[in-house]
Design a protein around this ligand. Structure first.
Ligand code: CUA
Length: 319
């Protein structure tokens, strides 16, 4: 299911949708009355044999009615909207956490708050792209900015939209009431890639959120670790590249399996599960002893234990 604004999953979206339906219902009533009166008069008072069309003028009561009622409606909508806007624009009270969001042609980047939960080994804070993970039932403040042109952040199920403007910080808040995956879309035309400038918010229950954060931090630490880079270089200098492809690198071998997403696979060569450090180390060290007849040679002896460990560490980042 794509983003759909009339399916609210949080308090802010709920308020917007309630007001939307109220205005829509009033508009339908007005439409029915106006269209009904036109059709009724057109039939009833039309010029026909034995009946000439009548003209009406200066019916004070009628004119007063159709002036006063719409005026009262417009005033009511203004007051109601103003009232909801206070709730929607209140980005600061009871905020559980603040995430920095940067729009750029044509993607989104998120920086999680400076909290222990999101701390990386090197002292920096967890970042992510395209996907924002939040806990449910909590007000999340988003501070938006842009690197290049104006973008607009919108997750229809969770809240209103707000522009991300270069050189400025704007803010809004979102909240999800139940766990789920919510899609969003940049809502300001920003160039060729605008239509593909999508984003996803994943809402987790409190306990799942802690587990998600721990895993994301672990993965980011692994990526930042200097040994990961050494592992990548070792892999690209080793015979591995003759058989395996890893997209985004010079490894383009066709004999063995593509390793671009090896860390997300359910198993290694159908025999070792899950794909973790221990199993990858076993496999790279001596695949033939695990799966006799496999094309993958034994690397223990050819590569040092340190080299195998570095390669495995890098492979674990290929999600
Ligand atoms: Cu970014 Cu449209």
């Amino acid at each position: 299911m794509g983003p759909w604004p009339l399916d609210p999953r949080g308090p802010e979206a709920e308020q917007i949708v309630t007001l939307y339906w109220l205005m829509f219902a009033c508009a339908m009533v007005v439409l029915a009355i106006v269209a009904g009166a036109i059709i009724y008069s057109g039939i009833k008072f039309r010029d026909r044999p034995g009946h000439s069309a009548r003209q009406f003028h200066s019916h004070n009561m009628l004119e007063l009615t159709w002036t006063v009622i719409p005026t009262l409606m417009v005033i009511s909508f203004t007051v109601l909207s103003w009232n909801k806007l206070n709730f929607i624009n209140d980005v600061d009270s009871n905020v559980a956490m603040t995430v920095k969001v940067e729009g750029r042609q044509w993607s989104w980047a998120f920086t999680y708050p400076d909290q222990q939960l999101f701390k990386l080994q090197d002292g920096s804070t967890l970042q992510s792209g395209q996907q924002l993970d939040i806990p449910i039932g909590q007000k999340i403040k988003l501070e938006l900015t842009s690197k290049d042109v104006i973008h607009s952040f919108w997750i229809p199920n969770l809240g209103g939209k707000k522009d991300a403007v270069p050189g400025h910080t704007t803010s809004l808040w979102i909240q999800a009431d139940q766990p789920g995956t919510f899609k969003g879309q940049c809502y300001e035309y920003c160039g060729d890639g605008h239509a593909d400038m999508l984003l996803t918010v994943v809402a987790h229950s409190a306990s799942d959120y802690t587990a998600w954060a721990a895993d994301a931090v672990k993965q980011a630490n692994l990526l930042n670790d200097p040994r990961t880079k050494v592992g990548r270089d070792t892999f690209l200098a080793a015979p591995c590249v003759g058989c395996h492809t890893v997209q985004g690198t010079t490894a383009a071998g066709k004999v063995g399996p593509d390793l671009t997403h090896i860390a997300s696979k359910p198993n290694i060569a159908g025999v070792l599960s899950p794909v973790n450090q221990e199993n990858l180390t076993k496999w790279v060290s001596d695949a033939p002893s695990i799966k006799p007849g496999v094309v993958m040679p034994k690397f223990k002896g050819t590569l040092s234990d340190q080299q195998i460990s570095d390669i495995v560490q890098w492979l674990l980042t290929l999600k």
